[in-house]
Ligand binder design. Structure first.
Ligand SMILES: O=C1C[C@@H](C(=O)O)NC(=O)N1
Length: 434
């Protein structure tokens, strides 16, 4: 049930609508009803949220989440992933198709959507596969995927190595008005690599993945984008060379958007330390110069969104030799804290940080939400910007705990999450209504 709610005297940061100041926000019937400079009186029966000293924000939208259902429910399910999402302040997530069965058909899309309806916590938007079975050989039924509810197509986890196929995917997806989301990795350059190629990989004696494995594919796809006049979204950008190409493509007016993960903004390849598989992911953590370039790119608008690439894996996937460790880390419950590190360090202003987590992703994929104008869905995240806390992976709502950030001190925490005017997370508890 969505009640009448009054968020009182919070700092409302709504970048799309140019709002940054103390406001009252009234929510009715699952929508934002009023945003007011002057204090509002609470309608009879309204729940009042004292937001003094807190930030009242458009709900966060994560363009890149692995929910693992169907097929790997031991790592995550749609339900446990949605719990982790709302605990992290996310009111909407885009679910990657590299499940087992792959989401390359309307049937799997509908299954994910029905699990999301049953979870009834946050919005879940499935992404469908570009190619059947993610094999990179034959296009999946793009039209069927989109009419069943997919908001993008992607082979995430794998690149589309066949350029002709990629070109056709861009042509098709454009007709349906959805972005092609790409995992940029030239497999002939990354083959056998376990981490970024640089002094640290040399010291550890690990085969490296050069930055060119990503940059060369970004270059190829921007050429194809220009030719097809399609719509391209570049997932988890990790290096300086990619940033430079995307910046230039945007300047020339190509329809390209891009995301970066919190971990690529915070850590460099030295985090692999002593063969720590919790610092292993695709693309790998890069050099400090790349991290610096990514930080500049989120500020200047080259990057549109912070997306977590939440990638749950089991203990046995990680407690192995580094080369055998599986790629990926969970991210939903640490994204805000890590982003706030950049805000507190003066590297990112609060308004832009909020934009990267809300309006930026909404705009990139054409999703509802991401702002708080009257009439917008009442998807709202309340943050205490000064609460200090320590990441404890054992307390994650996610079914998996694979994070390099366990024990890290954070300042800034999600205190409440509201979806369509319903409180789904508060006081450290997910509020289920199934
Ligand atoms: O692209 C990907 C896929 C993901 C996964 O675990 O599915 N893990 C990663 O680290 N990168």
């Amino acid at each position: 049930m969505s009640a009448t709610v009054l968020f009182r005297r919070g700092r409302v940061i709504d970048p799309r609508n140019g709002v940054d100041g103390v406001r009252d926000v009234l929510v009715q019937d699952g929508k934002v009803a009023q945003v007011s400079d002057a204090p509002l009186s609470a309608p009879a029966g309204a729940e009042v949220v004292d937001a003094d000293g807190k930030w009242v924000l458009p709900g966060f939208i994560d363009l890149h989440v692995h929910l693992r259902e169907p097929g790997e429910e031991g790592k995550e399910t749609v339900l446990t992933g949605c719990r982790a999402a709302v605990a992290g302040g996310f009111t909407a997530v885009v679910a990657m198709p590299n499940t087992k069965v792959v989401n390359d058909s309307g049937l799997v899309t509908e299954l994910v959507l029905s699990r999301a309806r049953a979870a009834n916590l946050c919005h879940v938007y499935p992404a469908g596969a570009i190619t059947k079975g993610l094999k990179g050989e034959e296009l999946a039924e793009t039209g069927e995927l989109i009419s069943s509810g997919c908001v993008a197509i992607t082979d995430d986890g794998r690149p589309v190595m066949n350029a002709a196929l990629m070109r056709r995917a861009l042509q098709y997806a454009t007709q349906f008005g959805v972005p092609v989301m790409v995992h940029e990795e030239d497999l002939t350059l990354s083959a056998g690599g376990a981490m970024h190629e640089g002094p640290t990989s040399t010291r550890l004696g690990l085969r490296g993945i050069p930055a060119s494995a990503e940059v060369a594919m970004v270059a190829r796809d921007l050429v194809l984008l220009e030719e097809t006049k399609g719509r391209l979204h570049i997932a988890h950008v990790s290096c300086e060379g990619s940033v430079r190409l995307i910046r230039e493509a945007k300047r020339r007016g190509l329809f390209v958007t891009a995301e970066v993960t919190p971990h690529h903004l915070i850590l460099d390849d030295r985090a692999v330390g002593d063969y720590d598989t919790h610092a292993k992911m695709a693309p790998p953590l890069r050099a400090d110069r790349d991290v610096e370039a990514l930080r500049e790119a989120i500020v200047d608008g080259t990057i549109d969104a912070i997306a977590t690439d939440h990638a749950p894996h089991g203990v046995l996937d990680k407690q192995v030799e580094f080369e055998k460790g599986i790629n990926g880390i969970v991210g939903l419950e640490t994204a805000l804290g890590l982003t706030m590190e950049l805000v507190h360090a003066g590297r990112l202003d609060a308004k832009r940080a909020v934009e990267l987590l809300s309006h930026g992703p909404a705009k990139a994929f054409g999703l509802p939400g991401g702002h708080l104008a009257p009439g917008a869905p009442a998807d709202i995240t309340v943050v205490d910007p000064s609460e200090e806390w320590t990441v404890d992976a054992h307390r994650f709502y996610s079914r998996s705990r694979n994070t390099p950030f366990h024990g890290r001190k954070q300042k800034g925490r999600v205190v409440q999450t509201w979806v369509s005017g319903r409180k789904v997370y508060a006081d450290g508890q997910v509020k289920e209504s199934r």
